[in-house]
Design a protein around this ligand. Structure first.
Ligand SMILES: [Zn+2]
Length: 115
């Protein structure tokens, strides 16, 4: 696991390289700034139900949760070896953003969409 602190303010940058202006923003690794990152899982935690979407399919499991609202996490790994989750947490009408560095070994290295 990296000791580097993620720089969330550098995570999203404008781009004109793809999508004919339909996608004018690009996501970068918040740890190293590399733009080759792969989405490896999507997670949605609502009450105690967590829905996880990976290459393997869709899993719903029970877990503890002491937060109200909903928590949505985009799990990624970058091609420089970093892994983490970009977390959106809804709380009292606002959405807060956080980042959690994950040990690379905990993150599947397969894109959520590839078969
Ligand atoms: Zn990185």
């Amino acid at each position: 696991m990296s000791d580097e602190k993620p720089a969330l303010h550098n995570m999203i940058r404008q781009t004109y390289e793809w999508g004919d202006q339909q996608y004018p923003w690009k996501l970068f690794c918040p740890i190293c700034g590399f733009d080759y990152i792969h989405i490896t899982a999507l997670k949605c935690l609502r009450q105690t139900d967590e829905t996880i979407v990976t290459k393997e399919g869709i899993l719903v499991k029970q877990c503890s949760n002491n937060m109200r609202g909903v928590k949505i996490a985009i799990q990624y790994c970058c091609e420089s070896g970093h892994a983490g989750e970009i977390i959106l947490q809804f709380h009292k009408g606002c959405v807060y953003l956080a980042h959690k560095v994950l040990p690379e070994a905990e993150v599947p290295h397969e894109d959520v969409w590839r078969d």
